[in-house]
Ligand binder design. Structure first.
Ligand SMILES: [Zn+2]
Ligand SMILES: [Zn+2]
Ligand SMILES: [Zn+2]
Ligand SMILES: [Zn+2]
Ligand SMILES: [Zn+2]
Length: 487
Protein backbone atom coordinates (compact mmCIF):
# COMPACT_ATOMS: atom_id res chain seq x y z
CA UNK A 1 0.00 0.00 0.00
CA UNK A 2 1.50 3.15 -1.22
CA UNK A 3 -0.15 5.41 1.32
CA UNK A 4 1.04 3.35 4.25
CA UNK A 5 4.56 3.16 2.88
CA UNK A 6 4.57 6.90 2.51
CA UNK A 7 3.30 7.20 6.05
CA UNK A 8 6.08 4.92 7.17
CA UNK A 9 8.65 7.02 5.39
CA UNK A 10 7.30 10.09 7.04
CA UNK A 11 7.41 8.40 10.37
CA UNK A 12 10.94 7.22 10.03
CA UNK A 13 11.95 10.68 8.97
CA UNK A 14 10.10 12.01 11.96
CA UNK A 15 11.72 9.46 14.23
CA UNK A 16 15.11 10.49 13.10
CA UNK A 17 14.17 14.09 13.54
CA UNK A 18 12.74 13.42 16.94
CA UNK A 19 15.74 11.52 18.10
CA UNK A 20 18.00 14.33 17.04
CA UNK A 21 15.66 16.75 18.66
CA UNK A 22 15.52 15.14 22.04
CA UNK A 23 17.77 12.20 22.34
CA UNK A 24 21.07 13.43 21.07
CA UNK A 25 22.93 12.23 24.12
CA UNK A 26 21.90 8.64 23.96
CA UNK A 27 21.92 8.36 20.17
CA UNK A 28 25.42 9.69 20.17
CA UNK A 29 26.84 6.62 21.81
CA UNK A 30 25.79 4.34 19.02
CA UNK A 31 26.80 6.73 16.30
CA UNK A 32 29.34 5.33 13.89
CA UNK A 33 32.32 7.59 13.60
CA UNK A 34 31.07 9.85 16.36
CA UNK A 35 33.85 11.78 17.97
CA UNK A 36 34.89 10.94 21.45
CA UNK A 37 34.28 13.76 23.83
CA UNK A 38 36.72 15.08 26.31
CA UNK A 39 36.58 18.09 28.55
CA UNK A 40 38.55 21.13 27.36
CA UNK A 41 42.25 20.63 27.67
CA UNK A 42 44.78 23.34 28.05
CA UNK A 43 48.36 22.64 27.26
CA UNK A 44 50.46 25.48 28.51
CA UNK A 45 49.73 29.13 27.88
CA UNK A 46 50.36 29.35 24.22
CA UNK A 47 49.31 25.94 23.03
CA UNK A 48 45.68 25.38 23.61
CA UNK A 49 43.52 22.48 22.77
CA UNK A 50 39.86 22.43 23.43
CA UNK A 51 36.98 20.21 22.61
CA UNK A 52 34.54 21.45 19.98
CA UNK A 53 31.11 22.57 21.26
CA UNK A 54 30.15 19.89 23.71
CA UNK A 55 26.48 20.81 23.85
CA UNK A 56 25.56 20.64 20.20
CA UNK A 57 22.37 18.61 20.33
CA UNK A 58 23.09 16.15 17.58
CA UNK A 59 26.52 15.33 18.76
CA UNK A 60 27.42 15.60 22.39
CA UNK A 61 27.43 13.98 25.74
CA UNK A 62 25.07 14.77 28.54
CA UNK A 63 24.86 14.46 32.24
CA UNK A 64 22.33 12.03 33.61
CA UNK A 65 20.32 14.86 35.04
CA UNK A 66 19.96 16.46 31.66
CA UNK A 67 19.01 13.13 30.13
CA UNK A 68 16.30 12.83 32.71
CA UNK A 69 14.99 16.23 31.82
CA UNK A 70 15.02 15.34 28.16
CA UNK A 71 13.22 12.08 28.75
CA UNK A 72 10.62 13.94 30.71
CA UNK A 73 10.20 16.46 27.92
CA UNK A 74 9.77 13.67 25.43
CA UNK A 75 7.18 11.85 27.51
CA UNK A 76 5.16 14.99 28.06
CA UNK A 77 5.30 15.99 24.46
CA UNK A 78 4.34 12.57 23.22
CA UNK A 79 1.46 12.35 25.64
CA UNK A 80 0.16 15.69 24.50
CA UNK A 81 0.77 14.82 20.91
CA UNK A 82 -1.31 11.66 21.11
CA UNK A 83 -4.24 13.47 22.56
CA UNK A 84 -4.20 16.18 19.98
CA UNK A 85 -2.92 15.31 16.53
CA UNK A 86 -1.56 18.73 15.76
CA UNK A 87 -0.44 19.46 19.27
CA UNK A 88 3.09 18.35 19.05
CA UNK A 89 6.06 19.61 17.22
CA UNK A 90 6.85 22.09 14.56
CA UNK A 91 4.63 22.84 11.68
CA UNK A 92 6.21 26.02 10.45
CA UNK A 93 4.70 26.15 6.99
CA UNK A 94 3.91 22.60 6.08
CA UNK A 95 0.40 21.20 6.09
CA UNK A 96 1.84 17.72 5.73
CA UNK A 97 2.00 17.22 9.42
CA UNK A 98 4.62 14.87 10.76
CA UNK A 99 2.93 14.12 14.02
CA UNK A 100 -0.11 13.03 12.09
CA UNK A 101 2.05 10.52 10.27
CA UNK A 102 2.84 8.94 13.61
CA UNK A 103 -0.82 8.68 14.44
CA UNK A 104 -1.73 7.16 11.09
CA UNK A 105 0.71 4.32 11.37
CA UNK A 106 -1.02 1.37 13.03
CA UNK A 107 2.33 -0.26 13.84
CA UNK A 108 3.58 2.70 15.69
CA UNK A 109 5.25 1.69 18.90
CA UNK A 110 4.44 5.01 20.43
CA UNK A 111 4.39 6.00 23.11
CA UNK A 112 7.58 4.59 24.56
CA UNK A 113 6.78 6.35 27.82
CA UNK A 114 3.71 6.23 29.99
CA UNK A 115 1.66 9.32 29.23
CA UNK A 116 1.19 11.52 32.22
CA UNK A 117 -0.37 14.80 33.02
CA UNK A 118 1.95 17.69 33.39
CA UNK A 119 -0.54 20.54 33.54
CA UNK A 120 -4.25 20.68 32.89
CA UNK A 121 -4.74 20.18 29.16
CA UNK A 122 -5.19 23.40 27.28
CA UNK A 123 -3.40 25.49 29.80
CA UNK A 124 0.28 25.77 29.13
CA UNK A 125 2.43 28.77 29.83
CA UNK A 126 4.98 29.70 27.19
CA UNK A 127 8.52 29.61 28.55
CA UNK A 128 9.34 32.56 26.32
CA UNK A 129 6.57 35.12 26.81
CA UNK A 130 4.93 33.61 29.92
CA UNK A 131 1.52 33.80 28.26
CA UNK A 132 -1.03 31.06 27.82
CA UNK A 133 -0.44 28.81 24.86
CA UNK A 134 -3.97 27.44 24.75
CA UNK A 135 -4.65 25.04 21.91
CA UNK A 136 -2.30 26.55 19.35
CA UNK A 137 0.92 25.05 18.08
CA UNK A 138 3.56 24.72 20.67
CA UNK A 139 6.91 23.19 21.24
CA UNK A 140 7.98 21.22 24.26
CA UNK A 141 11.61 21.29 25.13
CA UNK A 142 13.53 20.63 28.34
CA UNK A 143 10.33 20.48 30.38
CA UNK A 144 9.00 23.80 29.11
CA UNK A 145 6.57 24.83 26.37
CA UNK A 146 6.91 27.57 23.84
CA UNK A 147 4.92 29.33 21.17
CA UNK A 148 6.84 28.59 17.97
CA UNK A 149 7.74 32.27 17.66
CA UNK A 150 8.85 32.40 21.29
CA UNK A 151 11.40 29.63 20.99
CA UNK A 152 14.33 31.86 20.26
CA UNK A 153 18.05 31.62 19.86
CA UNK A 154 19.90 32.95 22.86
CA UNK A 155 22.59 34.24 20.53
CA UNK A 156 20.76 36.19 17.81
CA UNK A 157 17.30 36.32 19.45
CA UNK A 158 15.58 35.15 16.28
CA UNK A 159 13.14 32.23 16.43
CA UNK A 160 14.58 28.78 15.93
CA UNK A 161 12.73 27.05 13.11
CA UNK A 162 15.32 24.40 12.33
CA UNK A 163 14.80 20.84 13.50
CA UNK A 164 18.28 20.71 14.87
CA UNK A 165 19.59 23.22 17.30
CA UNK A 166 22.08 23.46 20.10
CA UNK A 167 21.46 23.59 23.79
CA UNK A 168 23.65 25.05 26.47
CA UNK A 169 22.10 24.52 29.86
CA UNK A 170 18.53 25.76 29.37
CA UNK A 171 19.48 28.04 26.51
CA UNK A 172 18.79 27.11 22.92
CA UNK A 173 20.81 28.37 19.99
CA UNK A 174 20.82 28.08 16.23
CA UNK A 175 23.57 25.61 15.42
CA UNK A 176 25.47 28.27 13.49
CA UNK A 177 25.04 30.83 16.26
CA UNK A 178 26.31 28.31 18.80
CA UNK A 179 29.31 27.53 16.66
CA UNK A 180 30.00 31.23 16.21
CA UNK A 181 29.89 31.70 19.98
CA UNK A 182 31.84 28.68 21.05
CA UNK A 183 34.07 27.49 18.23
CA UNK A 184 37.19 29.64 18.21
CA UNK A 185 37.97 31.52 15.03
CA UNK A 186 41.47 32.12 13.83
CA UNK A 187 42.38 35.78 13.99
CA UNK A 188 44.85 35.39 11.16
CA UNK A 189 42.88 33.60 8.42
CA UNK A 190 39.50 34.45 10.03
CA UNK A 191 38.23 30.88 9.58
CA UNK A 192 37.06 28.47 12.27
CA UNK A 193 40.14 26.85 13.77
CA UNK A 194 40.21 23.30 12.37
CA UNK A 195 40.25 20.20 14.51
CA UNK A 196 43.45 18.19 14.56
CA UNK A 197 43.88 14.46 13.98
CA UNK A 198 42.59 13.69 17.47
CA UNK A 199 39.39 15.64 16.88
CA UNK A 200 40.47 18.51 19.10
CA UNK A 201 40.50 22.15 18.24
CA UNK A 202 44.13 23.07 18.61
CA UNK A 203 45.25 26.63 18.45
CA UNK A 204 47.92 29.04 19.56
CA UNK A 205 47.11 31.98 21.76
CA UNK A 206 49.38 34.93 22.43
CA UNK A 207 49.73 35.20 26.21
CA UNK A 208 49.39 39.01 26.24
CA UNK A 209 47.24 39.89 23.25
CA UNK A 210 45.19 36.68 23.34
CA UNK A 211 45.45 36.57 19.58
CA UNK A 212 44.17 33.09 18.66
CA UNK A 213 45.35 31.41 15.52
CA UNK A 214 45.76 28.10 13.71
CA UNK A 215 49.12 26.45 14.55
CA UNK A 216 49.92 26.33 10.84
CA UNK A 217 50.48 30.11 10.69
CA UNK A 218 53.66 29.74 12.72
CA UNK A 219 55.26 28.08 9.72
CA UNK A 220 53.44 29.43 6.68
CA UNK A 221 55.37 32.69 6.41
CA UNK A 222 52.64 34.76 8.01
CA UNK A 223 54.31 38.06 8.94
CA UNK A 224 54.84 38.67 12.65
CA UNK A 225 55.30 42.20 13.95
CA UNK A 226 58.90 42.56 15.13
CA UNK A 227 57.75 44.82 17.92
CA UNK A 228 54.51 43.47 19.38
CA UNK A 229 54.68 39.85 18.08
CA UNK A 230 51.17 39.80 16.69
CA UNK A 231 50.63 37.98 13.43
CA UNK A 232 49.40 39.74 10.33
CA UNK A 233 45.80 38.82 9.53
CA UNK A 234 44.21 38.66 6.11
CA UNK A 235 42.50 42.01 6.70
CA UNK A 236 45.48 43.97 7.98
CA UNK A 237 48.60 45.16 6.22
CA UNK A 238 52.02 45.15 7.79
CA UNK A 239 54.93 47.29 6.68
CA UNK A 240 58.13 45.61 5.64
CA UNK A 241 61.12 47.36 7.18
CA UNK A 242 63.45 46.08 4.47
CA UNK A 243 65.83 44.19 6.76
CA UNK A 244 63.60 41.15 7.19
CA UNK A 245 61.42 42.72 9.84
CA UNK A 246 57.73 43.57 9.56
CA UNK A 247 55.84 46.13 11.57
CA UNK A 248 52.11 46.27 12.29
CA UNK A 249 50.31 49.58 11.80
CA UNK A 250 49.79 50.04 15.55
CA UNK A 251 53.53 49.91 16.08
CA UNK A 252 54.19 51.90 12.90
CA UNK A 253 52.13 54.76 14.29
CA UNK A 254 54.77 55.86 16.76
CA UNK A 255 57.80 54.24 15.10
CA UNK A 256 61.06 56.16 15.22
CA UNK A 257 62.68 55.93 11.84
CA UNK A 258 65.95 57.89 11.81
CA UNK A 259 68.76 59.03 14.06
CA UNK A 260 67.59 62.65 14.06
CA UNK A 261 64.05 61.62 14.97
CA UNK A 262 65.36 59.78 17.98
CA UNK A 263 67.35 62.61 19.57
CA UNK A 264 64.46 64.15 21.57
CA UNK A 265 63.63 60.73 23.03
CA UNK A 266 67.30 60.13 23.85
CA UNK A 267 67.38 63.43 25.73
CA UNK A 268 64.19 62.54 27.57
CA UNK A 269 65.75 59.36 28.86
CA UNK A 270 69.04 61.00 29.81
CA UNK A 271 66.91 63.49 31.74
CA UNK A 272 65.13 60.57 33.38
CA UNK A 273 68.48 59.26 34.62
CA UNK A 274 69.49 62.71 35.81
CA UNK A 275 66.20 62.94 37.69
CA UNK A 276 67.17 59.81 39.59
CA UNK A 277 70.54 61.25 40.47
CA UNK A 278 72.27 59.06 37.91
CA UNK A 279 73.51 61.70 35.50
CA UNK A 280 75.61 60.46 32.61
CA UNK A 281 78.52 62.88 32.41
CA UNK A 282 79.72 61.88 28.96
CA UNK A 283 78.04 62.83 25.73
CA UNK A 284 77.55 59.39 24.25
CA UNK A 285 76.62 59.32 20.55
CA UNK A 286 73.40 57.48 19.76
CA UNK A 287 72.69 56.05 16.32
CA UNK A 288 69.69 54.32 14.79
CA UNK A 289 70.73 51.39 12.62
CA UNK A 290 69.34 48.57 10.51
CA UNK A 291 69.38 45.01 11.77
CA UNK A 292 72.35 44.05 9.64
CA UNK A 293 74.44 46.95 10.93
CA UNK A 294 73.56 46.10 14.51
CA UNK A 295 74.57 42.47 14.02
CA UNK A 296 77.90 43.51 12.50
CA UNK A 297 78.56 45.83 15.42
CA UNK A 298 77.79 43.01 17.87
CA UNK A 299 80.37 40.81 16.12
CA UNK A 300 82.90 43.63 16.39
CA UNK A 301 82.46 43.88 20.15
CA UNK A 302 84.83 41.98 22.40
CA UNK A 303 82.61 41.99 25.45
CA UNK A 304 78.94 42.06 26.14
CA UNK A 305 76.06 39.73 26.47
CA UNK A 306 73.26 39.90 23.98
CA UNK A 307 69.63 39.03 23.91
CA UNK A 308 69.50 36.62 21.03
CA UNK A 309 67.88 36.21 18.63
CA UNK A 310 66.20 39.57 19.05
CA UNK A 311 68.84 42.10 19.97
CA UNK A 312 67.50 45.61 19.60
CA UNK A 313 70.22 47.73 21.05
CA UNK A 314 73.91 47.78 21.86
CA UNK A 315 76.18 49.71 24.14
CA UNK A 316 79.37 49.91 22.09
CA UNK A 317 82.77 49.86 23.74
CA UNK A 318 85.06 49.32 20.75
CA UNK A 319 85.95 51.79 18.02
CA UNK A 320 83.91 50.82 15.00
CA UNK A 321 82.51 52.21 11.79
CA UNK A 322 78.75 51.87 11.80
CA UNK A 323 76.20 52.67 9.08
CA UNK A 324 73.62 54.86 10.82
CA UNK A 325 70.30 55.94 9.39
CA UNK A 326 70.47 59.56 8.41
CA UNK A 327 67.29 59.94 6.42
CA UNK A 328 64.09 58.17 7.24
CA UNK A 329 62.48 56.01 4.58
CA UNK A 330 59.03 56.76 3.20
CA UNK A 331 56.13 54.46 2.62
CA UNK A 332 56.16 53.00 -0.86
CA UNK A 333 54.05 50.05 -1.92
CA UNK A 334 54.15 47.47 0.84
CA UNK A 335 57.43 48.60 2.26
CA UNK A 336 59.64 51.55 2.91
CA UNK A 337 61.81 53.25 0.35
CA UNK A 338 64.35 56.05 0.12
CA UNK A 339 66.24 55.39 3.34
CA UNK A 340 69.75 56.84 3.45
CA UNK A 341 72.44 55.37 5.64
CA UNK A 342 75.86 56.81 6.26
CA UNK A 343 78.99 55.09 7.53
CA UNK A 344 80.11 56.73 10.72
CA UNK A 345 83.50 56.26 12.35
CA UNK A 346 83.02 56.06 16.09
CA UNK A 347 86.00 56.98 18.19
CA UNK A 348 86.26 56.17 21.83
CA UNK A 349 86.51 59.00 24.30
CA UNK A 350 85.48 57.04 27.36
CA UNK A 351 84.43 53.56 28.37
CA UNK A 352 81.47 53.80 26.03
CA UNK A 353 81.83 54.48 22.32
CA UNK A 354 78.19 54.78 21.29
CA UNK A 355 74.70 53.45 21.78
CA UNK A 356 73.09 51.73 18.82
CA UNK A 357 69.36 51.07 18.52
CA UNK A 358 67.35 49.28 15.84
CA UNK A 359 65.35 51.68 13.72
CA UNK A 360 61.62 51.37 13.08
CA UNK A 361 60.49 50.46 16.58
CA UNK A 362 57.66 52.31 18.32
CA UNK A 363 58.63 55.17 20.58
CA UNK A 364 58.06 53.27 23.83
CA UNK A 365 60.08 50.26 22.72
CA UNK A 366 62.87 52.48 21.37
CA UNK A 367 62.87 54.27 24.71
CA UNK A 368 62.93 50.99 26.63
CA UNK A 369 65.98 49.90 24.60
CA UNK A 370 67.67 53.27 25.17
CA UNK A 371 67.00 53.10 28.91
CA UNK A 372 68.54 49.61 28.99
CA UNK A 373 71.63 50.60 26.99
CA UNK A 374 72.09 53.81 28.99
CA UNK A 375 72.20 51.71 32.15
CA UNK A 376 75.03 49.64 30.62
CA UNK A 377 76.77 52.94 29.85
CA UNK A 378 76.20 54.24 33.37
CA UNK A 379 77.62 51.06 34.91
CA UNK A 380 80.73 51.23 32.72
CA UNK A 381 81.25 54.93 33.29
CA UNK A 382 80.87 54.46 37.05
CA UNK A 383 83.45 51.69 37.12
CA UNK A 384 81.27 48.63 37.68
CA UNK A 385 83.41 45.78 36.36
CA UNK A 386 82.97 42.13 35.52
CA UNK A 387 79.37 41.79 36.54
CA UNK A 388 77.83 38.49 35.64
CA UNK A 389 75.17 38.67 32.91
CA UNK A 390 72.27 38.06 35.28
CA UNK A 391 73.23 41.00 37.47
CA UNK A 392 74.12 43.41 34.68
CA UNK A 393 71.24 42.61 32.28
CA UNK A 394 68.85 42.29 35.21
CA UNK A 395 69.52 45.77 36.55
CA UNK A 396 69.45 47.23 33.01
CA UNK A 397 66.02 45.66 32.47
CA UNK A 398 64.82 47.16 35.75
CA UNK A 399 65.67 50.65 34.46
CA UNK A 400 63.94 49.85 31.17
CA UNK A 401 60.85 48.66 33.03
CA UNK A 402 60.88 51.67 35.35
CA UNK A 403 61.02 54.08 32.45
CA UNK A 404 58.12 52.34 30.68
CA UNK A 405 56.13 52.48 33.88
CA UNK A 406 56.75 56.22 34.11
CA UNK A 407 55.52 56.68 30.54
CA UNK A 408 52.33 54.69 30.45
CA UNK A 409 49.09 55.80 31.98
CA UNK A 410 47.53 53.15 34.18
CA UNK A 411 43.97 52.18 33.25
CA UNK A 412 44.11 53.86 29.87
CA UNK A 413 45.11 50.78 28.00
CA UNK A 414 43.86 48.08 30.29
CA UNK A 415 40.23 48.52 29.32
CA UNK A 416 41.04 47.66 25.75
CA UNK A 417 41.80 44.02 25.25
CA UNK A 418 41.42 44.09 21.52
CA UNK A 419 43.86 41.65 20.04
CA UNK A 420 43.66 42.86 16.49
CA UNK A 421 46.02 45.65 15.59
CA UNK A 422 43.79 48.53 14.62
CA UNK A 423 44.65 50.54 11.59
CA UNK A 424 43.08 53.78 12.72
CA UNK A 425 43.76 55.80 15.79
CA UNK A 426 44.93 59.25 16.68
CA UNK A 427 48.23 58.96 18.39
CA UNK A 428 50.49 61.90 18.88
CA UNK A 429 54.20 61.37 19.28
CA UNK A 430 54.40 64.03 21.94
CA UNK A 431 52.20 64.55 24.92
CA UNK A 432 49.14 62.39 25.40
CA UNK A 433 49.56 58.83 24.31
CA UNK A 434 46.85 57.02 22.46
CA UNK A 435 45.28 53.94 23.95
CA UNK A 436 47.04 51.89 21.31
CA UNK A 437 50.44 53.21 22.36
CA UNK A 438 49.63 52.77 26.03
CA UNK A 439 48.67 49.16 25.45
CA UNK A 440 51.94 48.58 23.60
CA UNK A 441 53.79 50.01 26.61
CA UNK A 442 52.01 47.52 28.86
CA UNK A 443 53.03 44.76 26.48
CA UNK A 444 56.72 45.78 26.56
CA UNK A 445 56.60 45.75 30.36
CA UNK A 446 54.94 42.35 30.23
CA UNK A 447 57.75 41.13 27.95
CA UNK A 448 60.42 42.25 30.37
CA UNK A 449 58.67 40.74 33.38
CA UNK A 450 57.98 37.41 31.69
CA UNK A 451 61.20 36.93 29.75
CA UNK A 452 62.27 33.30 30.05
CA UNK A 453 66.01 33.80 29.63
CA UNK A 454 68.16 33.41 32.73
CA UNK A 455 70.06 36.68 32.27
CA UNK A 456 67.24 38.97 31.12
CA UNK A 457 64.20 37.34 32.70
CA UNK A 458 65.72 35.78 35.80
CA UNK A 459 68.02 38.78 36.17
CA UNK A 460 65.13 41.22 35.96
CA UNK A 461 63.05 39.38 38.52
CA UNK A 462 65.93 39.16 40.98
CA UNK A 463 66.95 42.77 40.43
CA UNK A 464 63.39 44.03 40.65
CA UNK A 465 62.81 42.19 43.92
CA UNK A 466 65.99 43.75 45.33
CA UNK A 467 65.03 47.25 44.16
CA UNK A 468 61.54 46.89 45.62
CA UNK A 469 63.02 45.81 48.91
CA UNK A 470 66.05 48.11 49.27
CA UNK A 471 65.59 50.84 46.71
CA UNK A 472 67.64 51.43 43.57
CA UNK A 473 70.51 53.29 45.23
CA UNK A 474 71.21 50.68 47.89
CA UNK A 475 70.88 47.87 45.36
CA UNK A 476 73.45 49.54 43.09
CA UNK A 477 75.83 50.11 45.99
CA UNK A 478 75.53 46.46 46.95
CA UNK A 479 76.22 45.38 43.37
CA UNK A 480 79.34 47.54 43.25
CA UNK A 481 80.67 45.98 46.46
CA UNK A 482 79.69 42.37 46.00
CA UNK A 483 78.77 41.89 42.34
CA UNK A 484 75.43 40.48 43.38
CA UNK A 485 71.96 41.61 44.42
CA UNK A 486 71.21 42.19 48.13
CA UNK A 487 69.17 39.29 49.45
ZN1 LIG B 1 5.26 32.71 23.89
ZN1 LIG C 1 20.70 32.42 16.33
ZN1 LIG D 1 44.04 30.37 10.64
ZN1 LIG E 1 53.16 45.58 16.28
ZN1 LIG F 1 71.97 44.49 27.84
Amino acid sequence: MSSSSSAYEKRSWFMRWLSKFFKGGSSNRGQAGGTHHRPPQFIGDENMVLRAPVRSLDNRSRTDKEKEELDQAISISLAEGLKKPIGFGWRPNNEDDHSKAVQDDPHSSYPPYIPREYQPTGYRVCGGCNRDIGYGNYLGCMGAFFHPECFRCRGCRYPITEHEFSLSGKDAYHKTCFKDLTHPKCEVCLQFIPTNGAGLIEYRCHPFWSQKYCPVHEHDNTARCCSCERLESVNTRYVSLGDGRSLCLDCMESAIMDTGDCQPLYHTIRDYYEGMNMKLDQQIPMLLVEKQALNEAIVGEKQGFHHMPETRGLCLSEEQTVASIQKKPKMGGHGLIGMRTQPQKLTRRCEVTAILVLYGLPRLLTGAVLAHELMHSWLRLKGYRNLNPEVEEGICQVLSHMWLESEITPCLGSSSTSAAPSSSSSASKKGGKSRVENKLGEFFMHQIANDTSAAYGGGFRAANAAVNMYGLRRTLDHIRLTGSFPM
